[in-house]
Design a protein around this ligand. Sequence first.
Ligand SMILES: Cc1cc2nc3c(=O)[nH]c(=O)nc-3n(C[C@H](O)[C@H](O)[C@H](O)COP(=O)(O)OP(=O)(O)OC[C@H]3O[C@@H](n4cnc5c(N)ncnc54)[C@H](O)[C@@H]3O)c2cc1C
Length: 460
Amino acid sequence: MKRRIAILGGGLAGMAAAIRVAEAGEVPVLVETRQRLGGRATSFRDPRTGDILDNCQHVVMGCCTNLLEFYEATGVSELIEWHEATWWADPPHDPVRMAPGLLPAPAHFLGSFARMRFLDRGVKREIRRAMLAMIRLGIGGRADWSDRTFGDFLRANGQSETGIRLFWEVVVVSACNLRVDEVGADFALQVFQEGFLGHRFASAMGLATVPLEQLYDPVVARIREAGGEVRLGTSVLGIAYDGRRVGGLVTRDGMIDASAVIATVPFDRLSKLCSTPLKQADPRLRNLDELEVSPILGVHLFFDVEVMALPHMVLPGRSTHWLFNKGVDDAGRQHLHAVISGADDWMALDETEVIERVLEDLHWAVPRSRGLAPIGHRAVKEKRATFRAVPGVDRLRPSVEPGIGVSNLFLAGDWCRSGWPATMEGAVRTGYAAAAAAVGGRGVMDDLPIARGARLLGLR
Ligand SMILES: Cc1cc2nc3c(=O)[nH]c(=O)nc-3n(C[C@H](O)[C@H](O)[C@H](O)COP(=O)(O)OP(=O)(O)OC[C@H]3O[C@@H](n4cnc5c(N)ncnc54)[C@H](O)[C@@H]3O)c2cc1C
């Protein structure tokens, strides 16, 4: 008899879990409250224009081995376009191209780093020293910093405020969604150790060439081929619990019986769906109300001419962190997307103020845009974009496996303990790990191997 596994939530963690449950020969029943899959990494129809827009630009990196395997397994890898280079705005000069050179990792960025004109020689020297310190610290050494901020690490390693403002801040806030003086040092150290220094492909940036929601079309077919179901537009009201085991999901349309539940909704949602006896029985559910959130702001801008030819731009030292070129249509209109991470200060602004501020940064970075006003815009505030990756937060993040908790309840989602900050990769990792714990089969994929040079210097 095949087992029915109820999967609560159709974001990346839920979809990844469902694919692996199907692969293991069991029957996944994926239940999602919205009418589309993808959760926080998806698209929506703009009510003003009818256009399909992504809630925000989502970036995958070369080091995201699980997310890339998920795209492979669902047959959408071809829809990801890879960029090895990143472009850093440097007005009044042309933007600086940062790309791996001929040297092997961890030295592959040294050449293009030397060409970053906006950092003077002293600051560059300091940054190189901190990079070496991160390599020597090793992967295991991160734990020693888990109760301090990355700002503490940087200052302990001789970084000036200029280097922090123009270099470290923009990388860290984009990757961890918190500023250097807020984020747990272990999260930021991981970004540099494994996302830049460990492997030359690790920092390559992948961008979807289609609206995000289209990436998930094959997931439904895979689940159905396995005899499973995808129930969109179905709100789960609670997780059924008989005092010993969970028995399925309670929905507005009735009960969904299952031999195990993989719950992948965000922590605040999960807290509302668990009864007090369930919370008392499972220690993983006791800290749900202690985790906090950090916002992201995504701003779509439309111009009637092409204003930016480069595929994207990093804006060092500005309050807008990234600009992405979403293409020029047949009528010559360009769609740009601006991203502001760790956007607490922006949440109270109205859309007009948001657009004014972003345009100031756009005009600073892209001379061709000066004097031009957008013909359309849409700001998307995601107040609950990610959990706050503050020092010590991993103590509050639960493991996916039940341990001493309720034996047939598995947890997943970017906020569960995965060794990663809140990212699509973290979500897929926990989905894969939860499915393996529930039904067996393949678990989490291997990380990219650390390059020999980096290992010899201590990155192990
Ligand atoms: C603006 C923004 C930009 C981001 N940029 C990046 C990026 O560039 N790169 C990156 O890697 N990550 C990025 N992230 C993070 C990434 O989107 C998330 O880490 C990831 O999508 C989380 O997936 P998840 O499955 O854990 O959770 P979710 O995507 O939140 O999925 C949970 C699902 O559960 C559903 N649900 C909730 N309650 C119920 C209920 N009662 N019944 C049924 N269903 C329910 C929700 O509708 C949702 O679909 C970004 C996030 C945001 C918000």
